[in-house]
Design a binder for this molecule. Structure first.
Ligand SMILES: Cc1cc2nc3c(=O)[nH]c(=O)nc-3n(C[C@H](O)[C@H](O)[C@H](O)COP(=O)(O)O)c2cc1C
Length: 364
């Protein structure tokens, strides 16, 4: 059983670095314009991007999203990602720990992250299907303790489950089990999508569950429909390949998803991920209402192309770009960025209007 999960996870990694597995939708961040302010109010070196991740101080509001674990390759990647996170002082997530619940010998492929990154927030990870089936208190503690986690992410991936021959596309009883998980978990629980985003209707269901954070995991970046389509092709499963293609343009684009979630959960800790590629993307996501920004595939690609140093350089550049974007919008801090002038255009403007969402900055 665990061998099956590990092979599948390795397929995801290899396809992510070797193929174009981007959603056929865009994030709609291109429809967000941060208004340039030509008389900055401080020097660039004074711009402060230090942030908090669920109450823990970190050097920037940027994290490495959970991707992997459960195989020898995954262990190497997790060690490398943890090295980058530790060097930069930013949070790092692991991929689904389901395989390690089923086969204890795989735990070290996840726990390597905490060993290598002792000083940064680490986010544990489990799938909604496992939560819906019910996790015992011992299993919840095992997930958290395995990586010395500061938070536990529950990933929702109904599209991927629907497209996998081995998938478990059922969330029956999920919300009740989620409440139970929040009660059992010694650390805050985050609900996370993996590339199709959250609507306000879905986000509203999170009210009253005790969940502390939402990672929108919006459309416009890595698409598991595309990844599963490529896996289906490799195995000659023509119908599944075709179905995956059909759904490769499905989901709530990341920019829209931030606004959707914020409309109904004004105080939740909100992580933007899905197709963020630059520090300007981060600045736009924060301006729309996110507290934090997550990066997955581009970090993996940088790692594949140039090792730990290249992945570190990539994220260092993202953080520098964020500082410059704050500087150029006339601010000196993340707080200033959150009230910087912004213009929405195109499909995002249309989305805001049809969905009855507040424009960011309305009432400023
Ligand atoms: C190879 C790969 C494996 C992933 N595995 C997981 C996972 O196990 N659990 C999870 O919550 N998200 C997983 N993700 C999703 C990412 O955390 C992230 O939400 C998504 O890739 C969008 O970000 P991106 O466009 O920057 O890649 C994975 C992503 C990639 C590329």
């Amino acid at each position: 059983m665990s061998l099956g999960i590990s092979t599948r996870k390795d397929d995801h990694i290899v396809l992510s670095v070797k193929e174009d597995v981007s959603s056929r939708l865009s994030t709609l961040l291109e429809d967000v314009i941060l208004v340039h302010h030509t008389i900055p109010s401080c020097s660039l070196s004074e711009v402060d991007v230090s942030a908090e991740f669920l109450g823990i101080g970190v050097s920037a509001p940027v994290m490495i999203s959970g991707m992997t674990g459960g195989s020898a390759l995954a262990e190497k990647i997790n060690a490398a990602l943890a090295t980058v996170a530790q060097r930069l002082g930013i949070p790092v997530g692991v991929g689904s720990q389901r395989a390690a619940l089923e086969d204890k010998s795989l735990a070290r492929t996840f726990s390597v992250v905490r060993r290598v990154a002792p000083d940064v927030p680490v986010v544990a990870n489990i799938g909604a299907s496992q939560v819906a089936q019910g996790l015992s208190e011992a299993q919840v503690l095992e997930l958290v303790e395995m990586v010395g986690a500061n938070a536990l992410a529950v990933h929702l991936n109904p599209l991927q489950e629907a497209l996998q021959p081995e998938g478990e596309p059922s969330a029956r009883g999920f919300l009740d089990r989620l409440r139970e998980l929040v009660r059992l978990s010694p650390v805050p629980v985050i609900l996370k999508q993996t590339g199709e985003g959250f609507s306000k209707e879905a986000a509203a269901l999170v009210r009253g569950t005790g969940v502390r954070g939402i990672d929108v995991g919006g459309a416009g970046g890595t698409s598991f429909a595309v990844i599963e389509g490529l896996r289906a092709r490799m195995r000659g499963l023509d119908d599944l390949e075709e179905m995956s293609r059909t759904f490769s343009a499905w989901g709530v684009p990341t920019a829209a998803s931030i606004l959707e979630v914020r409309a109904v959960l004004p105080d939740i800790f909100l992580i933007a991920s899905g197709g963020l590629r630059t520090g300007v993307d981060v600045a736009k996501a924060l301006r729309l209402g996110a507290d934090f920004a997550g990066f997955a595939r581009p970090v993996l690609q940088a790692l594949y192309q140039g090792g730990v140093d290249a992945a570190e350089r990539y994220l260092r550049r993202v953080i520098s770009e964020l500082r410059v974007a704050i500087f150029l919008t006339g601010g000196c801090s993340l707080k200033d960025l959150r009230s910087a002038p912004v213009v929405l255009k195109g499909l995002l403007k249309e989305w805001v209007s049809q969905r009855g969402l507040a424009r960011p900055g309305a009432g400023l």
